[in-house]
Design a protein around this ligand. Structure first.
Ligand code: HEM
Length: 524
C-alpha cells in the first residue's frame, strides 16, 4: 500500500475496512462532503494539518477513543504531522510544551486567561449540583476551590500525617505478617495493595471512616467496578458529540449498562451518604479532626460555602480522583524499578540512610532528591491521565504555541506525544530519574540539561490544577519509601511479574494489568 493510501486508510486490514466504511458514510453525508471538498479552504482550522478523514469527521477520533489506545494513536499522528494537528473537525491536539501555558494557565501565556474546561467533556448535561470537576464556569469553580483548597494545602497534609502514617504502617505490617509465615517473603499483586492503602486513607479523610480494605485484604464491592464505570463514563462522553445517539443511549441505557455496575454505583452513593451522615452526627469532632471533610463542612456556615449536597458529591469524587491516579503512578514506579535494578539500588541507598522507620516523615521524604526524581519520571512515562485535558478556546479565539486558534475550538495537550518526544527529552523511551536531579538542571554537560522538564505536568496546570497535588506527592513518597525501607522488592517468579505499559487499555484512565511483586524482608 502506498504511503498516501496508507495514511488515508490505515496500515492494517481492520483499519482499512473500517475506514472504507467511514469513507462510504462520508461520501453520502452532505456535511462531510462539504467538510472534505469545500470547507478545507475556508474553515478557520483549515490551515492545520492532520489526516483527511479526521479533519472531515469525528468518527476516526471516536474509533481511536473506543479502540483502547487513543494516546498512542495520536502520538503517531503527531510524529507524522507535527506538533499541532487537527484531530477532529473542531479539535486541535498540541504536543509542544509552550502550549501548556497558553491553554491551561496564561500566567505567562499569550492570552488573557486560562481557557475554560470543555462543556462536552466536563459538563453536567443532566443539570443539578456539580462537583468541582464538572463545574465549568470560572466564577463558580473558583467559589468551590476557595473552600476546598485549604483542606488540601501543604499545611493541611502535614496535619493529616498521622492518618497517612497509620494506614501505610498497616499496609507494611500486613505484608510483613504474610512474609513472616513464608520464609521471609511474600508475592502479591501490588496494584491491589496500593488500592487498599489509598482507599482506606482517602475514605478516612473524606468520610471520616476507612473502608477497611487493608484489615480485610479485600475491596468493598463497588470498588471492583470502579474502573468499569469510569470506562463506561469515558465511552459515553465521547458519544456526546452526537446528540441523537446520546438521547438514544439514555433511552436504552437501562438495557445497555450492565446491571451490576448500576447496582454497585447506587450502593456506593447510598453508603457514602450514610458515612457522611454518621460523620456529621458528631458535630464537635468536625472541629477536632484535621481531615478533608472537616474543612469542607466548616465552609457550610460561611457565605457561599459548600452545601451538604456539594460536600457529598465532592467527597465521592475524591475517592475516584485520588486513588485511581495515584495507584497508576505507583504501579508505574514499581514496574520501572523492577526493570531497572541500578535505579532501585540507588533508591534503596537513599532511603535506607534513615536508621528507623519512624524517621520517614513527610517533611524528611520531601527532601530526598532521588525519591522525588523517581516519582517525576513515573509521571512522565506512566501518566495516569494520558488522554490530556480538553479545554475550549474563548469565543474570539486565542493564541496557542504561536498559532491563532478560532473561537470555540476544542484544544488539548497530548502528554504521551510530548513526554515521549526526543525533541524535548533525551532518550525519552528510557527510565532516567537523573533527568530530574539538580545536576541535570545546572550542568550544561549533562545529557539531560536541555530536557523540557516543565513539559511534564502530571497534576495539570492553571486554575483547574489537581486540588490533591500536595496529598498526591506526600502519600506517594511515604508509600514507596516505606516499602523500600522495609523490603527488598523483587521481580516475582510468577505470571504478571512485569507490565507491558503500552499494552494496557486506556479509557480516559489506564486499565491496569496486575503486577505481581515479591516482598522480601530486607537483607541490608
Ligand atoms: C498521582 C496522583 C494524582 C494525579 C497524577 C492527578 C492528576 C490530576 C490532573 C491532571 C487533574 C487536572 C484535570 C484537568 O485539568 O482537567 C486533576 C484534577 C483533580 N484531582 Fe487529581 N491527581 C492525583 C491525585 C489526586 C488526589 C490525591 C486528589 C485528592 C482528593 C485529587 C483530586 C482531584 C480533583 C478534585 C480534581 C479536580 C480539580 C478541579 O477541577 O478544580 N487528585 N488531578
Amino acid at each position: 500500500m502506498s504511503n498516501f493510501s496508507g495514511t488515508i486508510l490505515g496500515n492494517d486490514v481492520l483499519s482499512r475496512v473500517i475506514n472504507l466504511m467511514i469513507i462510504g458514510l462520508l461520501v453520502r453525508s452532505p456535511l462531510a462532503y462539504y467538510r472534505l471538498r469545500i470547507q478545507p479552504f475556508f474553515h478557520p482550522l483549515a490551515k492545520f494539518p492532520g489526516p483527511v478523514l479526521w479533519r472531515a469527521s469525528r468518527l476516526p477520533y471516536m474509533r481511536a477513543a473506543w479502540g483502547k489506545h487513543f494516546p498512542y494513536v495520536v502520538q503517531k499522528l503527531h510524529a507524522q504531522y507535527g506538533e499541532v494537528i487537527r484531530v477532529a473537525p473542531n479539535e486541535l491536539s498540541f504536543s509542544g510544551p509552550a502550549a501548556w501555558d497558553d491553554i491551561y494557565s496564561n500566567t505567562e501565556g499569550a492570552n488573557n486567561g486560562a481557557f475554560p474546561k470543555s462543556e462536552i467533556w466536563h459538563g453536567n448535561p443532566d443539570g443539578g449540583p456539580a462537583s468541582v470537576f464538572t463545574t465549568i464556569n470560572f466564577k463558580e469553580h473558583a467559589r468551590i476551590r476557595r473552600f476546598m483548597d485549604p483542606a488540601f494545602s501543604e499545611r493541611a497534609v502535614l496535619k493529616q500525617e498521622p492518618i497517612l502514617q497509620e494506614y501505610v504502617g498497616l499496609c507494611i505490617n500486613k505484608l510483613r505478617e504474610r512474609a513472616s509465615t513464608n520464609d521471609g517473603k511474600t508475592t502479591v499483586n501490588i496494584v491491589d495493595w496500593f488500592n487498599f492503602t489509598l482507599f482506606d486513607i482517602v475514605g478516612e479523610l473524606s468520610f471520616g471512616e476507612s473502608f477497611d480494605c487493608l484489615k480485610k485484604c479485600e475491596y468493598e464491592g463497588w470498588m471492583d467496578q470502579m474502573a468499569a464505570s469510569m470506562k463506561l463514563h469515558y465511552l459515553s462522553i465521547n458519544l456526546r458529540h452526537y446528540p441523537i445517539i446520546t438521547a438514544l443511549t439514555k433511552l436504552l441505557g437501562p438495557f445497555l449498562v450492565p446491571k451490576d455496575i448500576v447496582a454497585q454505583h447506587m450502593d456506593y452513593s447510598q453508603r457514602s451518604a450514610e458515612k457522611l451522615k454518621r460523620r456529621l452526627a458528631s458535630k464537635d469532632s468536625i472541629d477536632r479532626r484535621p481531615d478533608i471533610i472537616s474543612q469542607l463542612m466548616r465552609s457550610e456556615d460561611r457565605d457561599e460555602g459548600l452545601t451538604s449536597q456539594e460536600v457529598l458529591l465532592n467527597s465521592m469524587l475524591f475517592i475516584n480522583a485520588a486513588s485511581e491516579t495515584t495507584a497508576t503512578t505507583l504501579t508505574g514506579v514499581v514496574n520501572m524499578l523492577l526493570q531497572n535494578p541500578a535505579s532501585l539500588a540507588k533508591l534503596e541507598t537513599e532511603i535506607r540512610d534513615f536508621s528507623n522507620q519512624s524517621d520517614l516523615t513527610l517533611e524528611a521524604l520531601k527532601r530526598l532528591p532521588y525519591l522525588n526524581a523517581v516519582l517525576q519520571e513515573a509521571l512522565r512515562m506512566c501518566n495516569p491521565n494520558p488522554i490530556g485535558h480538553l479545554r475550549t478556546t474563548p469565543p474570539n479565539g486565542g493564541i496557542v504555541d504561536g498559532h491563532f486558534v478560532a473561537g470555540n475550538t476544542l484544544v488539548t495537550i497530548q502528554p504521551q506525544a510530548l513526554c515521549y518526544s526526543s525533541k524535548y527529552f533525551h532518550e525519552p523511551e528510557a527510565w532516567r530519574p537523573e533527568r530530574w536531579l539538580k545536576d541535570a538542571e545546572t550542568n550544561p554537560e549533562s545529557p539531560y540539561y536541555y530536557g523540557h522538564r516543565k513539559g511534564v505536568r502530571g497534576f495539570g496546570w492553571g486554575p483547574y490544577i489537581c486540588v490533591g497535588e500536595p496529598l498526591g506527592w506526600a502519600w506517594m513518597r511515604l508509600i514507596i519509601a516505606s516499602m523500600v525501607w522495609t523490603f527488598d522488592l523483587r521481580k516475582a517468579n510468577a505470571p504478571n511479574s512485569l507490565i507491558d505499559w503500552a499494552a494496557q487499555d486506556v479509557f480516559g484512565i489506564v486499565i491496569k494489568h496486575p503486577l505481581n511483586v515479591t516482598f522480601q524482608e530486607r537483607t541490608t
